[in-house]
Write a protein that binds this ligand. Structure first.
Ligand code: UT7
Length: 324
Protein backbone atom coordinates (compact mmCIF):
# COMPACT_ATOMS: atom_id res chain seq x y z
CA UNK A 1 0.00 0.00 0.00
CA UNK A 2 1.44 3.39 -0.99
CA UNK A 3 1.59 5.97 1.77
CA UNK A 4 3.05 9.44 2.16
CA UNK A 5 3.77 11.98 4.91
CA UNK A 6 1.68 15.04 5.74
CA UNK A 7 2.96 18.00 7.75
CA UNK A 8 0.18 18.29 10.31
CA UNK A 9 1.50 20.92 12.73
CA UNK A 10 4.41 23.26 13.40
CA UNK A 11 5.63 25.08 16.51
CA UNK A 12 8.56 27.10 17.80
CA UNK A 13 10.28 28.31 20.94
CA UNK A 14 12.57 31.31 21.39
CA UNK A 15 14.55 32.12 24.55
CA UNK A 16 13.24 35.04 26.56
CA UNK A 17 16.46 37.10 26.46
CA UNK A 18 17.02 39.34 23.41
CA UNK A 19 20.47 40.71 22.55
CA UNK A 20 20.62 43.54 20.01
CA UNK A 21 23.51 44.50 17.73
CA UNK A 22 24.03 47.60 19.87
CA UNK A 23 24.30 45.37 22.96
CA UNK A 24 27.13 43.44 21.23
CA UNK A 25 28.84 46.64 20.07
CA UNK A 26 29.32 47.61 23.74
CA UNK A 27 31.92 44.90 24.26
CA UNK A 28 32.98 44.01 20.70
CA UNK A 29 34.63 45.97 17.88
CA UNK A 30 31.50 45.89 15.70
CA UNK A 31 28.45 48.02 14.92
CA UNK A 32 24.74 47.70 14.21
CA UNK A 33 25.50 49.17 10.78
CA UNK A 34 28.06 46.48 9.81
CA UNK A 35 25.97 43.57 11.12
CA UNK A 36 22.66 44.67 9.63
CA UNK A 37 24.12 45.69 6.25
CA UNK A 38 26.20 42.51 5.75
CA UNK A 39 23.74 40.00 7.22
CA UNK A 40 20.27 41.51 7.82
CA UNK A 41 20.54 40.62 11.54
CA UNK A 42 19.32 43.18 14.10
CA UNK A 43 18.94 41.03 17.21
CA UNK A 44 19.06 37.42 18.42
CA UNK A 45 17.55 35.41 21.30
CA UNK A 46 20.07 33.92 23.72
CA UNK A 47 19.28 30.99 26.02
CA UNK A 48 19.72 31.10 29.78
CA UNK A 49 21.08 28.03 31.58
CA UNK A 50 17.61 26.43 31.87
CA UNK A 51 16.90 26.84 28.15
CA UNK A 52 18.77 23.78 26.88
CA UNK A 53 18.32 22.10 23.49
CA UNK A 54 15.99 19.52 25.12
CA UNK A 55 13.95 22.13 27.01
CA UNK A 56 13.44 24.33 23.94
CA UNK A 57 12.87 21.35 21.63
CA UNK A 58 10.19 19.95 23.94
CA UNK A 59 8.39 23.30 24.03
CA UNK A 60 8.46 23.56 20.22
CA UNK A 61 7.30 19.95 19.86
CA UNK A 62 4.38 20.50 22.25
CA UNK A 63 3.31 23.51 20.19
CA UNK A 64 3.54 21.46 16.95
CA UNK A 65 1.42 18.65 18.42
CA UNK A 66 -1.13 21.17 19.70
CA UNK A 67 -1.42 22.74 16.24
CA UNK A 68 -1.79 19.29 14.68
CA UNK A 69 -4.50 18.38 17.18
CA UNK A 70 -2.43 15.29 18.01
CA UNK A 71 -1.58 13.69 21.33
CA UNK A 72 1.66 12.19 22.58
CA UNK A 73 0.14 8.75 21.96
CA UNK A 74 0.30 9.37 18.21
CA UNK A 75 4.09 9.88 18.23
CA UNK A 76 6.01 6.82 17.00
CA UNK A 77 9.36 8.57 16.91
CA UNK A 78 11.32 11.72 17.72
CA UNK A 79 14.16 12.96 15.51
CA UNK A 80 16.16 15.97 16.70
CA UNK A 81 18.51 17.86 14.41
CA UNK A 82 21.08 19.55 16.63
CA UNK A 83 24.78 20.40 16.79
CA UNK A 84 24.43 21.52 20.40
CA UNK A 85 22.95 18.58 22.35
CA UNK A 86 22.70 18.90 26.13
CA UNK A 87 24.80 15.75 26.53
CA UNK A 88 26.72 13.39 24.25
CA UNK A 89 24.04 10.88 25.26
CA UNK A 90 21.22 10.22 25.94
CA UNK A 91 20.19 11.84 22.70
CA UNK A 92 18.36 15.15 23.04
CA UNK A 93 15.49 13.32 21.29
CA UNK A 94 15.24 10.82 24.18
CA UNK A 95 15.15 13.66 26.72
CA UNK A 96 12.38 15.32 24.71
CA UNK A 97 10.50 12.04 24.38
CA UNK A 98 10.52 11.70 28.20
CA UNK A 99 9.53 15.34 28.71
CA UNK A 100 6.48 14.80 26.49
CA UNK A 101 5.49 11.62 28.35
CA UNK A 102 6.07 9.36 25.33
CA UNK A 103 7.13 5.87 26.39
CA UNK A 104 7.29 3.98 23.09
CA UNK A 105 8.78 4.31 19.62
CA UNK A 106 12.26 5.55 18.74
CA UNK A 107 14.28 8.69 19.50
CA UNK A 108 17.59 9.82 18.03
CA UNK A 109 19.63 12.92 17.19
CA UNK A 110 20.99 13.76 13.78
CA UNK A 111 23.99 15.98 13.08
CA UNK A 112 23.97 17.93 9.82
CA UNK A 113 24.57 21.43 11.23
CA UNK A 114 22.42 24.12 9.58
CA UNK A 115 20.95 21.59 7.11
CA UNK A 116 19.84 19.38 10.01
CA UNK A 117 16.13 20.11 9.75
CA UNK A 118 16.03 19.23 6.02
CA UNK A 119 18.02 16.05 6.75
CA UNK A 120 15.67 15.07 9.61
CA UNK A 121 12.62 15.77 7.45
CA UNK A 122 14.10 13.54 4.72
CA UNK A 123 14.69 10.68 7.18
CA UNK A 124 11.21 11.00 8.73
CA UNK A 125 9.54 11.20 5.30
CA UNK A 126 11.38 8.05 4.20
CA UNK A 127 10.40 6.16 7.37
CA UNK A 128 6.75 7.09 6.96
CA UNK A 129 6.72 6.12 3.27
CA UNK A 130 8.37 2.79 4.18
CA UNK A 131 5.73 2.06 6.82
CA UNK A 132 8.19 2.12 9.73
CA UNK A 133 6.28 4.85 11.58
CA UNK A 134 3.01 6.75 11.27
CA UNK A 135 3.70 9.82 13.42
CA UNK A 136 7.12 11.48 13.77
CA UNK A 137 8.19 14.65 15.54
CA UNK A 138 10.95 16.38 13.56
CA UNK A 139 12.71 18.97 15.69
CA UNK A 140 15.57 21.44 15.18
CA UNK A 141 16.91 22.77 18.48
CA UNK A 142 20.12 24.76 18.94
CA UNK A 143 22.02 26.69 21.60
CA UNK A 144 24.86 28.06 19.47
CA UNK A 145 25.51 30.69 22.15
CA UNK A 146 27.36 27.90 24.03
CA UNK A 147 29.75 27.17 21.13
CA UNK A 148 30.60 30.72 20.09
CA UNK A 149 33.79 32.58 20.88
CA UNK A 150 32.18 35.79 22.13
CA UNK A 151 35.44 37.67 21.41
CA UNK A 152 35.36 36.72 17.70
CA UNK A 153 33.31 39.36 15.90
CA UNK A 154 33.44 37.44 12.61
CA UNK A 155 31.25 34.63 14.04
CA UNK A 156 29.52 35.52 17.33
CA UNK A 157 27.32 38.25 15.86
CA UNK A 158 25.78 35.81 13.36
CA UNK A 159 23.98 33.25 15.51
CA UNK A 160 21.07 32.94 17.94
CA UNK A 161 19.31 30.20 19.95
CA UNK A 162 15.89 28.61 19.51
CA UNK A 163 13.90 25.54 18.49
CA UNK A 164 11.29 24.63 15.91
CA UNK A 165 9.34 21.43 15.33
CA UNK A 166 6.90 19.81 12.94
CA UNK A 167 4.67 16.78 13.40
CA UNK A 168 4.48 14.49 10.37
CA UNK A 169 1.82 11.85 10.07
CA UNK A 170 1.11 9.17 7.50
CA UNK A 171 -1.66 9.36 4.91
CA UNK A 172 -2.62 6.20 3.02
CA UNK A 173 -2.58 6.14 -0.77
CA UNK A 174 -0.58 8.08 -3.34
CA UNK A 175 -0.20 11.86 -3.24
CA UNK A 176 -3.16 13.50 -5.00
CA UNK A 177 -2.65 16.84 -6.80
CA UNK A 178 -3.34 19.79 -4.50
CA UNK A 179 -3.58 17.64 -1.34
CA UNK A 180 -1.22 18.13 1.63
CA UNK A 181 1.99 16.08 1.37
CA UNK A 182 5.73 16.11 1.74
CA UNK A 183 6.37 16.00 -2.02
CA UNK A 184 10.13 15.56 -2.05
CA UNK A 185 13.33 15.93 -0.07
CA UNK A 186 16.87 16.08 -1.40
CA UNK A 187 19.96 15.94 0.81
CA UNK A 188 23.64 16.29 -0.13
CA UNK A 189 27.06 16.46 1.50
CA UNK A 190 30.63 17.15 0.40
CA UNK A 191 33.06 16.47 3.25
CA UNK A 192 35.99 17.94 1.35
CA UNK A 193 34.81 21.31 2.64
CA UNK A 194 34.65 20.24 6.30
CA UNK A 195 37.21 22.84 7.33
CA UNK A 196 35.42 25.98 6.14
CA UNK A 197 32.76 25.70 8.89
CA UNK A 198 33.35 23.54 11.97
CA UNK A 199 33.36 23.29 15.77
CA UNK A 200 36.67 22.42 17.33
CA UNK A 201 35.89 20.41 20.49
CA UNK A 202 33.03 19.29 22.70
CA UNK A 203 29.62 20.85 22.27
CA UNK A 204 26.60 21.82 24.30
CA UNK A 205 28.23 22.26 27.72
CA UNK A 206 28.48 25.75 29.20
CA UNK A 207 31.71 24.86 31.05
CA UNK A 208 33.50 22.95 28.27
CA UNK A 209 32.44 24.34 24.91
CA UNK A 210 33.99 23.74 21.54
CA UNK A 211 34.22 26.85 19.43
CA UNK A 212 32.70 27.57 16.04
CA UNK A 213 35.03 28.67 13.25
CA UNK A 214 33.98 29.77 9.77
CA UNK A 215 35.49 31.04 6.55
CA UNK A 216 32.41 33.17 5.85
CA UNK A 217 33.10 34.18 2.29
CA UNK A 218 33.92 30.60 1.21
CA UNK A 219 30.69 29.31 2.80
CA UNK A 220 28.79 32.15 1.14
CA UNK A 221 30.05 31.12 -2.32
CA UNK A 222 29.10 27.46 -1.80
CA UNK A 223 25.67 28.48 -0.45
CA UNK A 224 24.72 30.50 -3.51
CA UNK A 225 25.73 27.73 -5.96
CA UNK A 226 24.54 24.64 -4.03
CA UNK A 227 21.22 26.08 -2.85
CA UNK A 228 20.34 27.14 -6.39
CA UNK A 229 21.08 23.58 -7.58
CA UNK A 230 19.00 22.04 -4.74
CA UNK A 231 16.05 24.23 -5.63
CA UNK A 232 16.27 23.32 -9.33
CA UNK A 233 16.45 19.66 -8.37
CA UNK A 234 13.24 19.91 -6.29
CA UNK A 235 11.37 21.64 -9.11
CA UNK A 236 12.59 19.21 -11.81
CA UNK A 237 11.74 16.04 -9.85
CA UNK A 238 8.21 17.32 -9.20
CA UNK A 239 7.75 18.60 -12.79
CA UNK A 240 6.97 22.06 -11.45
CA UNK A 241 8.03 25.49 -12.62
CA UNK A 242 9.05 28.40 -10.41
CA UNK A 243 5.59 29.98 -10.67
CA UNK A 244 4.03 27.06 -8.76
CA UNK A 245 5.90 27.92 -5.56
CA UNK A 246 3.80 29.91 -3.09
CA UNK A 247 6.44 30.39 -0.39
CA UNK A 248 10.17 30.11 0.11
CA UNK A 249 11.09 29.26 3.72
CA UNK A 250 14.89 29.34 3.58
CA UNK A 251 17.55 28.70 6.18
CA UNK A 252 18.33 32.09 7.73
CA UNK A 253 22.10 32.55 7.46
CA UNK A 254 22.43 35.79 5.52
CA UNK A 255 19.81 38.17 4.14
CA UNK A 256 21.82 38.52 0.92
CA UNK A 257 21.68 34.74 0.31
CA UNK A 258 17.94 34.68 1.11
CA UNK A 259 17.25 37.56 -1.31
CA UNK A 260 19.32 35.92 -4.06
CA UNK A 261 17.33 32.67 -3.74
CA UNK A 262 14.00 34.54 -3.76
CA UNK A 263 15.08 36.39 -6.90
CA UNK A 264 16.20 33.18 -8.57
CA UNK A 265 12.73 31.72 -8.00
CA UNK A 266 11.08 34.91 -9.29
CA UNK A 267 9.22 35.27 -5.98
CA UNK A 268 7.92 38.62 -4.73
CA UNK A 269 9.81 39.56 -1.55
CA UNK A 270 6.65 39.14 0.54
CA UNK A 271 6.56 35.44 -0.50
CA UNK A 272 9.91 34.79 1.17
CA UNK A 273 9.72 34.19 4.92
CA UNK A 274 12.44 36.19 6.68
CA UNK A 275 13.22 35.93 10.39
CA UNK A 276 16.96 36.58 10.31
CA UNK A 277 16.44 40.21 11.40
CA UNK A 278 15.00 39.02 14.75
CA UNK A 279 16.34 35.47 15.21
CA UNK A 280 19.78 35.63 13.50
CA UNK A 281 21.05 32.20 12.38
CA UNK A 282 19.58 29.49 14.63
CA UNK A 283 21.08 26.68 12.53
CA UNK A 284 18.83 23.58 12.41
CA UNK A 285 16.03 25.52 14.14
CA UNK A 286 15.80 28.35 11.61
CA UNK A 287 13.48 26.75 9.02
CA UNK A 288 10.89 25.29 11.43
CA UNK A 289 10.95 28.54 13.44
CA UNK A 290 10.28 30.56 10.27
CA UNK A 291 7.58 28.11 9.20
CA UNK A 292 5.95 28.30 12.65
CA UNK A 293 5.87 32.07 12.47
CA UNK A 294 4.38 32.28 8.96
CA UNK A 295 1.81 29.52 9.55
CA UNK A 296 0.99 30.96 12.98
CA UNK A 297 0.26 34.46 11.67
CA UNK A 298 -1.84 33.12 8.78
CA UNK A 299 0.53 34.05 5.94
CA UNK A 300 1.06 30.45 4.82
CA UNK A 301 -2.32 28.80 4.32
CA UNK A 302 -3.42 25.17 3.90
CA UNK A 303 -2.98 23.95 0.33
CA UNK A 304 -0.01 26.22 -0.44
CA UNK A 305 3.29 24.95 -1.79
CA UNK A 306 6.33 25.67 0.38
CA UNK A 307 9.95 25.26 -0.70
CA UNK A 308 12.63 24.98 2.00
CA UNK A 309 16.41 24.97 1.53
CA UNK A 310 19.50 25.03 3.74
CA UNK A 311 23.28 24.73 3.67
CA UNK A 312 25.58 24.19 6.62
CA UNK A 313 28.73 22.66 8.07
CA UNK A 314 29.87 19.41 6.48
CA UNK A 315 29.32 20.84 3.98
CA UNK A 316 25.73 19.64 3.93
CA UNK A 317 22.79 21.05 1.99
CA UNK A 318 19.36 20.16 0.76
CA UNK A 319 15.81 21.13 -0.10
CA UNK A 320 12.29 20.01 0.72
CA UNK A 321 9.04 20.69 -1.10
CA UNK A 322 5.90 20.45 1.03
CA UNK A 323 2.24 21.18 0.32
CA UNK A 324 0.62 22.22 3.60
O1 UT7 B 1 24.44 28.75 8.44
C1 UT7 B 1 25.55 28.15 7.88
C2 UT7 B 1 25.91 28.76 6.60
N1 UT7 B 1 26.54 30.03 6.82
C3 UT7 B 1 26.49 30.96 5.87
O2 UT7 B 1 25.87 30.74 4.85
C4 UT7 B 1 27.27 32.22 6.10
C5 UT7 B 1 27.81 32.71 4.80
N2 UT7 B 1 28.69 33.87 4.92
C6 UT7 B 1 28.25 35.09 5.25
O3 UT7 B 1 27.08 35.28 5.58
C7 UT7 B 1 29.21 36.26 5.15
O4 UT7 B 1 30.38 35.83 4.52
C8 UT7 B 1 29.57 36.90 6.52
C9 UT7 B 1 28.37 37.67 7.06
C10 UT7 B 1 29.98 35.82 7.51
C11 UT7 B 1 30.72 37.89 6.36
O5 UT7 B 1 30.39 38.89 5.40
P1 UT7 B 1 31.45 39.31 4.26
O6 UT7 B 1 30.80 40.36 3.48
O7 UT7 B 1 31.83 38.01 3.56
O8 UT7 B 1 32.62 39.93 5.10
P2 UT7 B 1 34.13 39.45 5.25
O9 UT7 B 1 34.20 38.18 6.03
O10 UT7 B 1 34.76 39.46 3.89
O11 UT7 B 1 34.74 40.61 6.12
C12 UT7 B 1 34.83 41.94 5.63
C13 UT7 B 1 35.46 42.84 6.66
C14 UT7 B 1 36.75 42.29 7.27
O12 UT7 B 1 37.61 43.39 7.46
P3 UT7 B 1 38.84 43.65 6.46
O13 UT7 B 1 39.65 42.39 6.49
O14 UT7 B 1 38.19 43.89 5.13
O15 UT7 B 1 39.48 44.83 7.05
C15 UT7 B 1 36.30 41.75 8.60
O16 UT7 B 1 37.33 41.77 9.56
O17 UT7 B 1 34.56 43.01 7.77
C16 UT7 B 1 35.23 42.73 8.99
N3 UT7 B 1 34.28 42.17 9.94
C17 UT7 B 1 33.55 42.90 10.80
N4 UT7 B 1 33.49 44.22 11.03
C18 UT7 B 1 32.63 44.66 11.98
C19 UT7 B 1 33.95 40.86 10.09
N5 UT7 B 1 33.02 40.74 11.05
C20 UT7 B 1 32.76 42.00 11.51
C21 UT7 B 1 31.88 42.51 12.49
N6 UT7 B 1 31.85 43.84 12.68
N7 UT7 B 1 31.06 41.72 13.22
Amino acid sequence: MTRHAVLAGVGGYLPKRVVTNDDLARTLDTSDEWISERTGIRQRHIADETETAAFMGAAAAEAALRRAGAGAGEVDGVIVATSTPDQAFPATAARIQAALGITRGFAFDLAAACSGFIYALAVADGMIRAGQASGILVIGSEVYSRILDWRDRTTCVLFGDGAGAVFLHAAEGPVTPGAPAVLSTHIHADGRYGDILYVDGAVGQPDRPGTLAMNGSAVFRHAVVNLAAAVEEALAVNHLDRASIDWLVPHQANRRIIDAMGKKLGLAPERVVVTIDRHANTSAASIPLALAEAVGDGRIRPGQLVLMEALGGGLTWGSALVRL
